[in-house]
Design a binder for this molecule. Structure first.
Ligand SMILES: CC(C)(COP(=O)(O)OP(=O)(O)OC[C@H]1O[C@@H](n2cnc3c(N)ncnc32)[C@H](O)[C@@H]1OP(=O)(O)O)[C@@H](O)C(=O)NCCC(=O)NCCS
Length: 226
């Protein structure tokens, strides 16, 4: 993704995609319905994609997708019982319903109209963890807490679309930066985030069931707007 997409409005985002007529996408929440196209390795995909805010109707399929995708973000050394515990306690329909009820959280869903393909979650506010805060350079910031794409859709450009919409949503909230944590062995995710303008700024730990995993902290700073 070109960096000029990061803080652009829905209109310019759509125009940007229109320059490369490869893939149709509908960005429903951002500036109303419209069809654009996504350039990404020239892969043709006839499916119309929707990016929308999650609703109560999505919690079951969010939990299903989370159960499929969360293990993919864990290192091979993670204990299956810790992963299962995390899925059962943190990625259940009940938890997603709680996230939806929290005005400080924004859940975006990317679907083909029927099937949920990917989701992201932003959390407003400064990080509670002092170690994370001291690693970050730019405030106000927002946490990209979840970013998961169904494995059938990896490497197909859908992750980029969701990232663009997620960053656009963050920018519209008036923050100057976005931060996230990802496992330090999740090389694909690190590469993906770095491609989209994030840089490694520190490390933190992540409790996974009874275990503790090591995360990189990554930060993206929006260009200053004049
Ligand atoms: C992380 C994720 C969102 C990225 O989406 P994606 O469609 O796979 O991303 P892309 O294919 O655009 O980019 C991945 C990059 O990593 C590279 N890559 C793939 N496997 C890799 C590996 N083992 N090591 C290093 N880089 C790797 C790809 O080649 C690509 O880089 P390139 O475009 O320069 O060739 C998606 O893979 C995913 O949902 N993974 C499982 C869940 C997860 O880990 N989420 C992040 C939690 S923090």
């Amino acid at each position: 993704m070109e960096s000029d997409c990061i803080a652009c409005t829905a209109g310019t985002l759509l125009k940007h995609h229109l320059r490369s007529p490869n893939r149709a996408v509908t960005l429903r929440r951002h500036g109303g319905p419209g069809t654009g196209v996504l350039s990404r390795r020239g892969i043709m995909d006839p499916v119309n994609l929707l990016i929308d805010q999650a609703t109560a109707d999505d919690v079951e399929r969010l939990a299903e997708l989370a159960a499929i995708t969360f293990p993919l973000a864990c290192p091979a050394s993670s204990r299956p019982e810790d992963i299962e515990h995390h899925i059962a306690t943190e990625l259940s329909p009940v938890r997603f319903r709680q996230h939806l009820a929290d005005p400080g959280k924004t859940l975006l869903c990317l679907s083909d109209g029927n099937r949920l393909i990917a989701y992201s979650m932003l959390i407003d506010g400064e990080p509670a963890d002092g170690g994370v805060r001291s690693s970050l350079s730019t405030f106000p910031t927002i946490e990209l807490s979840k970013f998961y794409v169904h494995p059938d859709h990896h490497g197909r450009g859908q992750a980029t679309l969701l990232m663009q919409a997620t960053l656009e949503t963050a920018a519209q909230k008036g923050v100057s930066a976005v931060w996230l944590g990802t496992n330090d062995e999740n090389h694909r995710a690190v590469r993906f985030y770095e491609k989209h303008g994030f840089t490694k700024v520190g490390v933190k730990t992540f409790r996974l069931g009874a275990g503790v995993e090591n995360d990189f902290i990554l930060e993206l700073t929006f260009p200053e707007r004049s």
